[in-house]
Design a protein around this ligand. Structure first.
Ligand SMILES: [Zn+2]
Length: 260
């Protein structure tokens, strides 16, 4: 998956009602969410992706589905869920005034162990929500989804498109009720966590940086009443067609848009 980042200084230089060229750079998505480039006019731009990691992963999964890479789609949906559990724990910790250092010290005991992280999440949720379950899925349903995921990730199984959509929907159905609670009862901490990377990078740098949000498949679906993946995948396909399908490929390239 790639994304397009415009030079903010080119855009600023166009007077209201005027016209001019704006350079953009098309990038493959990177892990740290920080994108820097120099446009042909010599402007240096630093852009921070504000979209949370789990939403980026989920969107990568949806793009992989549209590209026909069904194994990769399930792997990315599964990673999105793992990162979402971490996101939820970070929010609850912030809400409890736990510092990032304290959080990281404990997280350091399980950085590469998703089962431990999941265990940490369900235990914290149980204590925090006084026994209220985090999901309506039964243990049998959860085991069935985990078996599909493990077969794909560890055994090289190639899922069908239907299994892919079903798994993506399952991940969304796990996240939706948790996100609803976090947005309602932990709103300030939720907002704080979403802005953390941008804020940290802003304070580190002498020059201003810009924030960017991508079309988030998960966020778009969660904002709909029916919370269904399939219609949002169709919308993503439209977005890709409109943008010339630049999500496919690995080459970094500079593009020019003439604004009037
Ligand atoms: Zn520029």
């Amino acid at each position: 998956m790639r994304l397009e980042i415009s030079c903010s200084k080119c855009s600023e230089q166009i007077a209201p009602g005027g016209s001019g060229d704006v350079y953009s750079c098309v990038y493959s998505v990177c892990d740290d969410g920080i994108y820097e480039f120099e446009c042909p006019q010599g402007h240096h731009t630093t852009t921070v992706l504000r979209t949370p990691k789990h939403e980026v992963l989920y969107t990568i999964g949806a793009n992989a589905f549209l590209d026909g890479y069904f194994r990769d789609a399930i792997a990315s949906f599964a990673s999105a869920l793992e990162r979402y559990y971490e996101f939820a724990l970070r929010i609850i910790s912030r809400h409890k005034k736990i510092t990032l250092e304290m959080f990281m010290e404990t997280w350091g005991f399980m950085p590469n162990q998703s089962e431990r992280q999941y265990g940490a999440f369900i235990t914290v949720w149980m204590i925090e929500r006084k026994g209220e379950p985090y999901t309506k899925f039964s243990k049998t349903q959860i085991d069935k989804s985990n078996t599909l995921r493990n077969g794909v990730i560890h055994k090289g199984n190639i899922p069908t498109p239907a299994q892919c959509l079903e798994y993506g929907q399952y991940v969304m159905d796990i996240i939706a009720p948790i996100e609803k609670v976090l947005l309602a009862d932990y709103a300030a901490a939720h907002k704080d966590e979403c802005f953390a990377l941008f804020r940290d990078e802003s304070t580190k740098r002498a020059t201003p940086i810009t924030a960017l949000s991508i079309f988030s498949v998960l966020d778009s679906a969660l904002k709909n009443d029916d919370k269904k993946l399939e219609p949002i995948i169709a919308r993503l396909e439209e977005v890709r067609t409109y943008k010339g399908n630049f999500s496919v490929g690995v080459k970094h390239q500079m593009v020019t848009h003439h604004r009037k």
